[in-house]
Design a binder for this molecule. Structure first.
Ligand code: ADP
Ligand code: MG
Length: 291
């Protein structure tokens, strides 16, 4: 049975804007061996700004932006907002005939009667579209129309102001394994990881790769110490499956998608990564009081 003090612990986390769905999750946090974070929207603001549009094959910036905006019109991804903010023109929705999200890659649409792909370089490879591989420390959105590569849009996100502090606090709590998992490209991921001080990160991950990674971390920890738990923290729709397989799944409550919040054991209402060490701290204190 669970000691009464755990109910006090849940009250205490709630006062800090941290919703714990059961005292078992609070108890699991006391054995945290690794914390894995999603990047976009979790450690970063998830608010992208356009840095530059690079044109290829005779395309114009205007053309690239127009196809990208029409394609992103129905998307909820943070990238979509950035592109629609930059595109100042009207969107005639009658020109959008088909819309399909390709998870972890981007979007396929039919707009103005043309087949359009907007997404990462993996999407270009997947569709066999000849393109320039570009290795820059920005997130890159590739645009192709009727199998012709038009160019790419470089976009930047910013690190949340509390991310570094959250990391430092986790280290102080004795958590050795702090990891970042992202679908974004390696250079963009590396730039963000460096800013926060995360040494271990994995980029270009599809949603199923994130699950594989978390399972690998679980196995590695359990080989060292059976009790140690893996916490995953994320926000997007794509994070719901990985939240479900983690020992403790944490969702950002403010910007998180409803599916993600549903799958989570713990919800952080103010979207601040600082709430992760805070919850662990409260969990440890609760355990001490239970003795
Ligand atoms: P993450 O939040 O870790 O970046 P996602 O699985 O949401 O992971 O996306 C992985 C990658 O797929 C993104 O970094 C981006 O390159 C591409 N992508 C996903 N959705 C879109 C979109 N709506 N527009 C353009 N690219 C996208
Ligand atoms: Mg995310």
């Amino acid at each position: 049975s669970i000691p009464l003090s755990y109910f006090a612990g849940i009250g205490k986390t709630a006062k800090n804007g941290i919703i714990v769905k059961g005292s078992n999750h609070l108890e699991a946090l006391t054995d945290t061996g690794a914390v894995a974070f999603d990047k976009t929207g979790t450690l970063t603001e998830g608010v992208f700004k356009i840095n530059k549009i690079v044109t290829k094959n005779g395309a114009t910036e205007k053309e690239i932006l127009k196809f990208a905006a029409y394609t992103e019109f129905n998307s909820n991804h943070p990238i979509s907002k950035a592109i629609l903010n930059e595109y100042k023109g009207e969107i005639d929705i009658n020109k959008i005939e088909e819309y399909e999200e390709i998870k972890g890659y981007g979007i396929k649409t039919k707009v103005f009667g043309k087949t359009v792909f907007v997404g990462n370089d993996g999407l270009m490879h997947l569709m066999n579209i000849e393109h320039d591989d570009c290795d820059v420390d920005h997130s890159v959105v590739y645009v192709a129309v009727d199998n012709k590569f038009l160019g790419y849009i470089l976009i930047d996100d910013i690190v949340k102001s509390e991310s570094k502090l959250a990391l430092d606090k986790l280290k102080k709590l004795g958590i050795q394994n702090i990891i970042m998992l992202t679908g974004d490209n390696y250079s963009a991921a590396s730039k963000i990881a460096n800013q926060i001080g995360i040494k271990e990160f994995y980029a270009n991950l599809l949603p199923q790769d994130k699950i594989k990674k978390v399972n690998e971390i679980k196995e590695k920890l359990s080989a060292q110490n059976k009790k140690k738990r893996v916490v995953f923290v994320g926000d997007g729709i794509n994070d719901a499956p990985v939240i479900a397989v983690s020992d403790v799944g944490v969702a950002m409550g403010g910007i998180g998608s409803s599916i993600t919040i549903e799958a989570a054991d713990i919800i952080i209402m103010d979207d601040s990564p600082i709430s992760v060490p805070k919850a662990i701290e409260i969990a440890k204190l609760t355990k001490k009081n239970a003795k």
